[in-house]
Design a protein around this ligand. Structure first.
Ligand SMILES: [Zn+2]
Length: 415
């Protein structure tokens, strides 16, 4: 039902089940929400219209069907209603719901443990487990790029490729792999007592049409996973780019990774965030995942894709949760200060609605030699969170468990 998402989120935030006529109850709409509604009488609106809007944005109605896709076959960021109306930089849907419940005389509650105002989940996509496998192939590619730049008379680009070749020759000689950072990330997070989730790919072959990745059978995957799981870290599936809407492929990938790590996998995030809503949610649920974490933007765009930082159940017939994410790293972060400003701004917004900020930093980007600025930003983020008394760092599965408890309570309560 259309109104379910609104009811569910209202219940999550207040602990109360609304028992009012959605169409007859009018509320005042502050000016900042005007662009969300296509309504002439904008200062007064029915709660039914709010529920319709919440459904439309959270279910990503604008992404359903044959919509305009970008070159990676994903919904085009620039076509998003929230982006086009410059409403994507805050959890505006959560803010709207909180505004509505306040007008109804209900009090928002704190949903996180130990009275914390907000939660941060740390996640890492693992696109690569190292830089040395198939290094010869990478070298051929860099060499080819060097030749092409030379032929085009672009000396500056040619120099860049030449120095890449030189650098990797040095790394190999020194047996220093800047794209293998599992130990460093684990050590760093452990020093704060934080645990995170690593999303591993689960491919048959290290070289495939997915590019140079890694085989899930590579002994390093099992070894690394064992160390992570033993220490309390979590592992999810970073599903392949190709066949992204195939249930059988997704099931296969999940099973292969589970066979290797010897543990059930709860969560999935697609490589390149190549998902289509609601189709991807359906196959995630059918493949047995408990949560999806794809509701964010990649390719350098950051923000609140569905205007929310609260987990929600996107399709009524399945218990699958979407845990939206807001912040991703890049292949290099030049302006560290402005990235940190963005992080701090997001965190404050998430705290103001009692939400969950999910950040995604790639395993292979952690070291300065691999992705300039990224590791420094990640360190600064952890430092900043550790100093914030209002914030708890939880894993994705811990968030799922908390949401499940609320759902159970919701069934028993009738407020
Ligand atoms: Zn990826």
């Amino acid at each position: 039902m259309v109104s379910n998402l609104f009811y569910n989120q209202t219940h999550l935030l207040t602990g109360n089940k609304l028992n009012i006529g959605l169409a007859d109850t009018l509320i005042n709409i502050p000016r900042k929400y005007y662009p969300l509604f296509d309504n002439n009488q904008k200062d007064q609106i029915s709660i039914g219209a709010v529920a319709d809007l919440v459904y439309s944005i959270l279910s990503r109605k604008e992404e359903h069907g044959n919509t305009t896709l970008d070159k990676w076959g994903r919904f085009d960021h620039d076509k998003s209603f929230l982006v086009q109306n410059e409403l994507d930089q805050s959890p505006i849907i959560d803010e709207l719901i909180l505004d509505v419940v306040k007008q109804l005389g209900l009090k928002a509650r704190n949903i996180w443990p130990d009275g914390k105002k907000a939660v941060v989940c740390l996640t890492h996509d693992v696109d690569a487990i190292d830089g040395f496998s198939y290094l010869w192939l990478r070298k051929v590619n860099w060499y080819w790029c060097w030749i092409r730049a030379k032929l085009e008379g672009d000396q500056q680009t040619a120099n860049t490729w030449a120095s890449t070749l030189e650098r990797w020759k040095r790394y190999k000689k020194a047996n220093f792999d800047p794209m293998d950072s599992f130990d460093q990330i684990q050590e760093l997070e452990d020093s704060y007592g934080f645990r995170s989730t690593f999303f591993f790919m689960s491919l048959r072959h290290g070289l495939s049409r997915e590019g140079r990745r890694y085989s899930v059978q590579n002994p390093k995957v099992a070894k690394t996973a064992e160390k992570l799981l033993e220490g309390g870290w979590e592992i999810g599936l970073h599903a392949a780019y190709h066949n992204h809407l195939s249930l059988s492929s997704l099931k296969e990938q999940k099973q292969r990774l589970e066979d290797v790590i010897q543990e059930e996998i709860s969560g999935c995030r697609h490589h390149y965030l190549r998902v289509r809503f609601p189709d991807s949610w359906k196959i995630y649920a059918q493949a047995g995942f408990k949560y999806s974490s794809n509701m964010g933007w990649g390719s350098g765009s950051q923000g609140f894709r569905a205007g929310t930082c609260l987990p929600y159940q996107p399709i009524g017939e399945y218990s699958l949760l979407e845990i939206p994410f807001q912040l991703m790293d890049m292949s290099s972060i030049v302006d560290i200060e402005s990235y940190m400003n963005m992080f701090n701004q997001y965190l404050e917004l998430v705290k103001s609605v009692g939400g969950c900020l999910v950040i995604d930093f790639h395993q292979e980007h952690f070291q300065e030699q691999a992705a300039s600025g990224v590791g420094k930003v990640y360190r600064d983020i952890l430092d900043s969170i550790a100093r914030d008394q209002d914030v708890a760092v939880l894993t994705m599965n811990e968030v799922c468990k908390i949401m499940k408890q609320f759902k159970k309570l919701g069934r028993e309560q009738s407020c």
